[in-house]
Design a protein around this ligand. Structure first.
Ligand code: NDP
Ligand code: GDR
Length: 345
């Protein structure tokens, strides 16, 4: 008999890839989206899963525990993947309370619903490398102490610990995946990699003059989202619940990623100046194509993330395969296509 799973956050990047994976595996998927004035299913449409007969779309808000209880009762799901969140770190400084309610307490609503409806349901919590925050040790592992640097990171830390707590208190199969940044052509435009690939595509096509960015020195461990959702699934198939880091083990700066994206469209970028006055010039034309705008700086920054996914490799057989160059190329090509067709999300 086919398994049934709930995915919260289907309109997001990971939700779309996970739905694709679970449907391919024969699951019946109950996928949740928020009521909005205009629907936002472009990612599912791009992956071709939107009208799948085993995909049931359910209106749901993570802050409403009563709807979480009904969702569990009505679906009969045995696995829940909690991907819904206010997931943008920058916005969490402006909307800290909403972020805490959705990203933090939202996970508790689902765990309580599990406790009430069926404690045998397996639960995946989308935890994050942002919980490590200020650098304590590198590379970061499941044992590295946490020191979050944003309201988002703090909210995610609550959701992480409440998952561990429900595992220890009520024997709930709760897994926490500490995922490092993962990107794809389906990444939201506000996140730095996609902002870069979309803007460089536009610059290449003559549709944009200059890309403005914040901190170019921030270093991230960027992987390919499609591979990371496979890791989520593997966590819920394991014999026992646990906490796992998923990462590539390689870190690069935002500046490096810009250089890589430029290379993908045959632009050689030369960096000049420092700090707020730094800018990037197209070596062929002498035009400034990238500059720093301090409005994109954050009140507190996470300077360096690099993860060690050895536990996931050993216990789950999970390994990242796509290099950052391949990922960047894939994203730039998708954005070139979208911008050429005049349809960029
Ligand atoms: P996205 O921002 O692309 O997607 C977030 C999803 O959450 C969207 O579907 C959004 O819906 C939904 N959502 C937001 N608020 C609510 C709410 N109140 N009730 C129900 N749904 C809500 O995130 P990603 O797909 O990139 O990430 C998935 C999860 O993994 C997130 O929890 C994120 O914090 C976490 N994570 C992501 C990493 C990454 O690098 N991508 C790394 C580590 C963790 P809507 O479209 O309506 O806004
Ligand atoms: P992050 O991703 O904060 O790591 O959170 P983001 O892409 O937003 O920022 C990465 C780094 O780039 C710097 N940066 C900029 N960021 C954005 N968005 N826009 C800019 O113009 C810009 N210029 C420089 C940032 O300061 C930062 O250092 C993502 C989200 O997906 C979280 O939900 C997830 O938990 C973590 O990754 C792991």
């Amino acid at each position: 008999m086919s398994k049934t799973a709930i995915i919260t956050g289907i309109t997001g990047q990971d939700g779309a890839y996970l739905a694709e994976l679970l449907l391919q595996k024969g699951y019946v998927v109950y996928a949740t989206y928020r009521r909005t004035s205009s629907v936002n299913f472009w990612r599912m449409e791009e992956l071709g899963v939107a009208g799948h007969p085993n995909l049931h779309l359910v209106e749901f808000d993570l802050t409403d525990m009563s709807s979480a209880i009904r969702l569990l009762q009505n679906s009969g799901a045995t696995e829940i993947y909690n991907l819904a969140a206010q997931s943008f770190v920058g916005v969490s400084f402006d909307q800290p309370v909403t972020t805490a309610e959705i990203t933090g307490v939202g996970a508790l609503n689902l765990l309580e619903a599990i406790r009430i409806v069926n404690p045998k349901i397996r639960f995946y919590q989308a935890s994050t490398s942002e919980m490590f925050g200020m650098v304590q040790a590198i590379p970061q592992t499941e044992e590295t102490p946490f020191h979050p640097r944003s309201p988002y990171g703090v909210a995610k830390l609550y959701a992480h610990w409440i998952t561990v707590n429900y595992r220890e208190s009520y024997d709930i199969f709760g897994c926490s995946g500490i995922l490092f940044n993962h990107e794809s052509p389906l990444r939201g435009l506000e996140f730095v990699t996609r902002k870069i690939t979309d803007s460089i595509a536009k610059i290449k096509l003559g549709k944009l003059d200059v890309l403005e960015l914040g901190n170019l020195d921030a270093k991230r461990d960027w992987g390919y989202a499609k591979e990371y959702v496979e890791g989520m699934w593997r966590m819920l198939q394991a014999d026992k619940p646990g906490t796992y880091v998923l990462a590539t083990g390689r870190t690069e700066s935002v500046r490096d990623f810009v250089t890589m994206a430029c290379k993908a469209v045959d632009i050689e970028i030369q960096w000049q100046g420092e700090g707020e006055d730094e800018y990037g010039v197209d070596a062929a034309t002498g035009k400034t194509i990238v500059r720093v705008n301090p409005k994109f700086y954050r009140p507190a920054e996470v300077d360096l993330l690099i993860g060690d996914a050895e536990k996931a490799r050993r216990e789950l057989g999970w390994e990242p395969k796509t290099s950052l160059e391949e990922l960047c190329q894939m994203m730039v090509e998708a954005d070139l296509r979208r911008n050429e067709s005049g349809f960029s999300f």
